[in-house]
Design a protein around this ligand. Structure first.
Ligand SMILES: Nc1nc2c(ncn2[C@@H]2O[C@H](COP(=O)(O)OP(=O)(O)OP(=O)(O)O)[C@@H](O)[C@H]2O)c(=O)[nH]1
Ligand SMILES: [Mg+2]
Length: 627
């Protein structure tokens, strides 16, 4: 509701414009509803007294008898374009809120409305993007509005957002835009606004003090009001913002260089290029990467890097396309060893070549890795056949099944390869059918039991599977204690097998979970045992098939070689590597020890887990028993 008292009051409301009004008869009576018609409230752009309102015209403010005012439409125009808006029905109680509410409800006039209001000469509506929400900074920047901050303007915050040009203009807080407080005061006074009266009306408006004060100050200064007003509307026409922005004191100047109203989009000098480049950079880079031709830019093959750099606008050197292509062309040639079921790939140049290949590698190439040397070993056909026959090496269940083994049989595991279907394969060597008995454990030489039976000792690194092998040979699991942790067996343990053979479980050497002194002590004891023990018929040196002979193994072997103790190499845990690798390992060990005189042939391959190779090993040991 507008409670205008006089023509002077209305001028205060629309202080920004030059009013020519014709008050109706009742206008003089302050209490009666206003009934007047304002015609041609206009201000010419060149008007010297109102320089800040140079583009505003207000027509037809009708105030009807129902105490409702209707501002039919506003027109503002400037350098090349103008726009028309119609505010919604106004219910205002103070000049400030009137103006505010009037502006916030502003709508764009349709073509029909324009003709209705007699504005046939109105230009076509300038189309522009409408934003439903406050745009993000990035969006503003993309539009060429740099330094845009979050919207601080109250009207934008409070009023449904969606006013991105306003947000863009409000780059600085209003206080900074308007100036110091003293400047504001003087400005208010100069505009003839009674501050006391404003404060009184503010309490009615139920607005927060700080915000409303700021708004009032802004409104009281005509030019700021003008900017706000048109910023609010400018969501429809961004060019409006561009026009009015320079007129605001304190704003960073971003004048539109050449405003084309019909284009529907302001074009800023210096930022046009940026927007353009951003848009085309992605397109061009994408297309070039894909090896296509940019249909728009029609880039030539040679020009591409330069054009990209130009589009991107960076000072960096363009990416040389040809160089990238050359780099990507370099490929490592790998191939599969046809006989290797581990599917290991071999780098070209280190290919598998019979024995001559191995020799060449050893003599010619110095930096060949151990694994490459290992893969170059070519095992004999007999050895491969033997491994295949005993089903040694890593196998899949399907292979066991195909071979006729009952894979569902539970422990002991050596039943699997030997027991077909439900029948258990009997131990062919009678000696190993006897009960395994623990006899003695010795930590020192003095505590060693007397030699009564032929003895077979099991030596090797810790955790290689010595104790497990003793159990697997006799199928009596648990007699010799085993553990995943290396260093469980720390004493020399004697097991009597049917009073015909004595199996000796030796402590391991190498890494073990034990004190250093203890470990050294038992290692020395083991060495002494294998060298000096009289009844020792054979020492089975267990070697992990995965790792092969280690220096400590070789040390023990050379010791026994000197002491002329008979020893046999037993590759354990053969289920952990492929048949081909197992064959290679056996060949490697065989070749390494072929000159040793105390070595008992052949190299045995066993798996305590699957039972693979155990029967053959039993047979080998059974020969030691005196019948
Ligand atoms: N996969 C697989 N594991 C095995 C085999 N033999 C033994 N093991 C495992 O290896 C680990 C060590 O076995 P042990 O028999 O305790 O080895 P050890 O040589 O007596 O070890 P120390 O007494 O510490 O010297 C255990 O977890 C066994 O289950 C085998 O043939 N295959
Ligand atoms: Mg053990």
């Amino acid at each position: 509701m507008v409670r205008g008292r006089s023509a002077g009051h209305l001028r205060q409301i629309f202080h920004c414009v030059h009013l020519h009004m014709q008050p109706c008869s009742s206008f003089a009576s302050s209490r009666l509803p206003l009934r007047c018609q304002l015609r041609q409230l206009s201000c010419l752009p060149s008007a010297p007294t109102y320089p800040q309102q140079d583009a505003i015209s207000i027509f037809d403010l009708e105030m009807n008898g129902n105490n409702e005012s209707k501002l039919s439409y506003w027109r503002y125009a400037s350098q090349g374009g103008w726009n028309v808006f119609r505010p919604s029905t106004i219910h205002a109680q103070s000049p400030a809120s009137y103006q505010h509410k009037c502006l916030s409800g502003a709508k764009h006039l349709s073509t029909g409305s324009l003709s209705k209001y007699g504005l046939k000469d109105a230009p076509p509506r300038i189309k522009s993007k409408r934003s439903s929400s406050v745009p993000r900074k990035a969006k503003l920047r993309r539009k060429g509005i740099r330094g845009a901050k979050a919207v601080t303007h109250r009207s934008v915050l409070k009023k449904k957002a969606g006013n991105y040009p306003a947000a863009a203009v409000a780059r600085r807080p209003m206080s900074r835009v308007i100036g110091t407080s003293s400047e504001r005061e003087s400005s208010i006074r100069s505009k003839g606004i009674d501050r006391q009266r404003q404060q009184g009306s503010r309490s009615k408006e139920n607005l927060s003090d700080s915000k409303s004060r700021e708004d009032e100050m802004e409104r009281s200064i005509g030019r700021k009001t003008t900017v706000n007003k048109f910023n609010s509307k400018a969501r429809i026409n961004p060019s409006a913002t561009a026009i009015y922005k320079p007129s605001v004191a304190g704003f960073r100047q971003k004048k539109p260089s050449d405003l084309d109203a019909t284009a529907g989009r302001p074009e800023f000098k210096g930022e046009k290029r940026k927007v353009f480049v951003t848009g085309h950079k992605k397109l061009s880079t994408y297309k070039i990467r894909k090896g296509r031709r940019d249909s728009k830019a029609q880039l030539g093959e040679a020009d591409r890097p330069e054009i990209i750099a130009k589009l991107v606008g960076s000072k960096r050197d363009p990416v040389p396309v040809k160089e990238i292509d050359e780099k990507t062309k370099i490929k490592r040639v790998m191939r599969l060893d046809p006989r290797d079921n581990t599917r290991k790939r071999i780098v070209e140049g280190h290919q598998l070549q019979a024995k001559s290949g191995l020799l060449e590698m050893q003599s010619g190439e110095k930096n060949v890795s151990n694994s490459a040397l290992f893969r170059a070993i070519q095992p004999s056909e007999q050895l491969l056949d033997h491994i295949e026959k005993l089903m040694l090496g890593r196998r899949r269940l399907i292979e066991w099944r195909k071979a006729g083994y009952d894979v569902k049989l539970k422990a002991p595991l050596d039943d699997i390869p030997l027991g077909k279907k439900d029948e258990r394969q009997p131990i062919t060597d009678n000696i190993f059918r006897n009960k395994l008995k623990f006899v003695a454990a010795a930590k020192q030489a003095v505590s060693l039991p007397a030699v009564v039976l032929p003895e077979v000792a099991f030596a090797g690194r810790s955790n290689v599977g010595k104790s497990s092998l003793i159990n697997a040979l006799t199928r009596q699991w648990g007699v010799a204690r085993t553990s995943e942790k290396p260093g469980l067996t720390q004493t020399i343990n004697f097991f009597n097998l049917g009073s015909r053979l004595c199996l000796v479980d030796l402590p391991g050497y190498g890494f073990a979970f034990a004190k250093e002194e203890t470990k050294e002590a038992w290692e020395e004891f083991v060495k002494e045992f294998v060298v000096t023990r009289k009844g020792l018929k054979r020492v089975c040196v267990l070697v992990d098939a995965k790792w092969g002979l280690k220096p400590l193994d070789e040390e023990l072997l050379s010791l026994m070689e000197r002491a002329q103790t008979k020893y046999q190499i037993v590759l354990t845990k053969t289920d952990a590597l492929s048949p081909l690798d197992l064959a290679r390992r056996a060949t490697q060990v065989q070749d390494a020890l072929k000159s040793n005189k105390s070595l008992v042939q052949p190299v045995m391959m066993v798996s305590a887990k699957t039972g693979g190779g155990i029967p053959a090993f039993r047979t080998s040991l059974a020969k030691l028993v005196v019948t």
